[in-house]
Design a protein around this ligand. Sequence first.
Ligand SMILES: Cc1cc2nc3c(=O)[nH]c(=O)nc-3n(C[C@H](O)[C@H](O)[C@H](O)COP(=O)(O)O)c2cc1C
Length: 173
Amino acid sequence: MNDTYRTLLARRTVRAFQPDKIPEAIMESLILAAKYSPTAMGLQDRHFTVVNNSGVMDHILAAAVKNGASFLPGHTPFYHAPTVVVVSAPEKSKYNRENVACAIENLLLAANALGLGSCYICSVLPGLQDPSIREELKIPANYVPYGCVSLGYSAAEAAEPKPRRTNDVTLIP
Ligand SMILES: Cc1cc2nc3c(=O)[nH]c(=O)nc-3n(C[C@H](O)[C@H](O)[C@H](O)COP(=O)(O)O)c2cc1C
């Protein structure tokens, strides 16, 4: 099987991370892969914020709770990952969320290809979108975070994938 295709089938969400930092060169490769994701009209109008600071992650969490997010007791939404990449796009762009999702999928797949675990996280969006956090993260003016990814070396095997649905394809001959 082709390596790229194998990665597509092998990627799984990881929710337990080792504390080890991601080497800079690997981080650069991940961001480069994300920059090669498609964007509507090729505008590349999305921004990556690499957060390596657990204190800042705590601020995001506190802001999420302040803005109405609720988490089960003991739940750690970033799963103690050493790095979180926040992806933002212009508030007024028609395809902002789509562009961010494409970039995040590239991050997830590149992480798997380079031996890292990853988790797409939206539960903290109420925190990421808080004005104080946008300022702390230096999100560009008029950009809004629409997703983030926890990244790091996996501390546990990912769960087995659920069987794929079989009723979700329609063929129009
Ligand atoms: C848009 C989106 C938002 C998600 N948000 C979260 C999240 O906030 N927390 C989390 O643990 N997982 C989150 N996930 C991960 C999904 O739960 C996960 O992809 C799904 O359970 C399937 O598992 P797999 O990625 O291993 O195939 C999100 C995934 C997507 C696509």
